[in-house]
Design a protein around this ligand. Structure first.
Ligand SMILES: [Ca+2]
Length: 261
C-alpha cells in the first residue's frame, strides 16, 4: 500500500471511531448531562439495577429515577441556556427513548419517566419554556395504566400529544389539558425561530406515592443530520469492533511513523 493511501486509511479508521454516534454517558464522563434535583424528595443517577446498552443490547447501566412523595421534580438534563442550544425546534426530526416502570411503584399507574424539551423562542419573546411528554398526555383519559417491569424500547416521542408549562396559543390537539396541549409536527405552536436549549428526563410534578423507573438510549436528531444516541452506563467499555478499528488505525499510523525515521 502506498504511503499516502496507508496514511489516509489509518486516519479514516481513527476518525470513524471518533465520530461514532452512540455517546456513552457515565458518572465519570457525563457528556454534558447532569442531575437537577429541584424538590429534594427524589433521586436520579446511573445505576446497574436495570442495566442495558444502546438498542437494548448488553450494557452496564441505565438512568434510575426514584421518588418518595408528591412534588417530585428530579431531573437529568443536557443543555443549558448559556450553552446556546441544540438546534431549531422545527428541525427536530428524531426523538426517542427507552423507559421502564417498576411494579414496586405505588404512584398512579400511568406515571412513567417524563421527557422534556427545553425551548427558547425569540420569535415570541419567550426565553424559556418546557414541552413535556408524559405517558398520560398521549391519551385522552386520566385512567390509563402503563406497562410495568418491561422496557419500552425506542418510544417515538414525536408522535402523540405533549403538554406545555404555559399556554401559547389555542391548543392544537384535544386532551385533558385544553390549550396547553401541543402536538408535533406543527412546531407545537412556537415560532419558526424557536430553538431547543436542551432535554431532560425526570419524574413529573404533583405525584403521590413512591416511584421507581428507568430510562436509557435517548436518540436525538435534527433535519437530515446524524442521530446521536445517549447510552447511560456506569462505566465506559469500548466495543470490540471499535477497539479493532482503533488498533488497526493506530498500527497503520505507527508503521508510517517508523518508515519516516
Ligand atoms: Ca445503558
Amino acid at each position: 500500500m502506498k504511503r499516502s493511501v496507508a496514511l489516509a486509511t489509518g486516519i479514516a479508521l481513527l476518525s470513524s471511531v471518533a465520530s461514532a454516534q452512540t455517546v456513552v454517558v457515565t458518572p465519570a464522563a457525563p457528556q454534558g448531562w447532569g442531575a437537577n434535583s429541584l424538590s429534594g424528595v427524589g433521586a436520579v443517577g446511573i445505576t446497574t439495577t436495570q442495566a442495558r446498552g444502546a438498542g437494548g443490547g448488553a450494557g452496564n447501566g441505565s438512568l434510575e429515577l426514584t421518588g418518595t412523595g408528591s412534588g417530585d421534580r428530579t431531573r437529568f438534563t443536557i443543555g443549558t441556556q448559556a450553552q446556546g442550544g441544540f438546534g431549531l425546534l422545527n428541525q427536530l426530526s428524531t426523538l426517542s427513548f427507552d423507559w421502564y416502570r417498576s411494579s414496586s411503584s405505588t404512584a398512579s399507574a400511568w406515571h412513567v419517566p417524563v421527557f422534556r424539551i427545553l425551548v427558547a423562542d425569540p420569535g415570541n419573546a419567550i426565553t424559556y419554556r418546557e414541552i413535556i411528554w408524559e405517558y398520560d398526555y398521549q391519551f385522552n383519559s386520566g385512567n390509563n395504566t402503563a406497562p410495568t417491569d418491561a422496557w419500552q424500547n425506542d418510544v417515538n416521542l414525536l408522535a402523540g400529544n405533549w403538554y406545555t408549562n404555559a399556554a401559547l396559543n389555542a391548543g392544537t390537539c384535544s386532551s385533558l389539558y385544553g390549550n396547553n396541549c401541543l402536538s408535533y409536527p406543527d412546531n407545537w405552536g412556537f415560532s419558526s425561530a424557536a430553538y431547543v436549549l436542551g432535554f431532560s428526563i425526570g419524574t413529573g410534578s404533583g405525584w403521590s406515592g413512591s416511584f421507581q423507573g428507568f430510562a436509557d438510549d435517548v436518540a436525538i436528531g435534527f433535519g437530515n443530520g446524524p442521530v446521536t444516541r445517549y447510552d447511560f452506563e456506569t462505566a465506559a467499555v469500548p466495543e470490540p469492533a471499535s477497539l479493532a478499528l482503533l488498533g488497526t488505525g493506530m498500527m497503520m499510523l505507527l508503521a508510517m511513523a517508523r518508515r519516516r525515521v
